[in-house]
Design a protein around this ligand. Sequence first.
Ligand code: RIB
Length: 355
Amino acid sequence: MRSSVSIRDVAVRAGVSVGTVSNVLNHPDRVAQATRARVLSAISDLGFVRNESARQLRAGTARAIGLVVLDVANPFFTDVARGVEDVASQAGHAVILCNSDESAQREIRHLELLAEQRVHGVLITPSDPSLEPIRRLQRRGVSVVLLDHPSSEPDICSVAVDNRTGGELAVTHLLAEGHQAIVMVNGPAHIRQGRERHLGALDALRKANRDSDLLEVIEVPMLNVAAGLRAGERLLARTSRPTAVFCANDMLALGVLQVMVRAGVRVPDDLAIVGYDDIDFAAAAAVPLTSVRQPRQLIGRTAAELVIAETMSPDEHEHQRVVFTPELVVRESSRRRRRTRRPARRVPAPAGSEV
Ligand code: RIB
């Protein structure tokens, strides 16, 4: 368990910096006798207990950090992993990549394996909404950072992108293009990212004084191309189709796009399509895909920096909640035909949505 008294409390009590307290604990010879006495007195008065389990754990641990992602086949996570590895390798750490396939059971097994490997820290996009498996890992002294998952918990770092603003950007764009019947292809309710994007889509309708019935949701079991293909086939089989589709990520959108192009459906004239992530394949698609861009490598770098900082100085570390703002990149898959081809246009998030 973590001491309720932090190293910062000791520093304030003794009237010194956190670094001085750390030196008293780790390099007492570097601290003047009188200062050392003040710090030790504050430690005694406050009952400060250093995070020994984490220190002992680190003493005999692999210089590695675990990275648990929802779908290793999704380029979003490949790009995030690239950012993680850039930072980890510079800090002399290896990265152990695990794929949960959006399964809470697989996630638990991966976390147990990483604890056995004595990794320094773990970055995870959680499948289990309770976060209990992650709490168990923390109680074993392993530092954890939630990745692509905002958290308001005071004792864990998180790095995410404002999914709700992203969903609003996508549907506001489709409404501005004149669409009256929009389908959202979304993942299962336990995947928080899609749930929040759907809330943002409803925000766009409300702000435009449009009825929420204008948006219909088709739920698919996984956020991958195969599920997008199946959703595209369902839309194709309809007699009355929507004029626009907003997909919870680019993998779904690429599946829908493939079905429509193969069937001769004109994109965007017969059906506009918007994705989410802006992976590299989005711009290279048969019809370049409009998508909500997430700063994928930056997410990975930021999360890796936080987990390494915490493992190096668990007592001094202050947890952070980092939330980036997405932007909409408009391309041919949703932009009404113009006589001249125009480059992709970026649409910043609405004013006041900075997070
Ligand atoms: O894993 C599902 C989705 O959530 C990814 O495509 C990415 O958008 C993440 O935020």
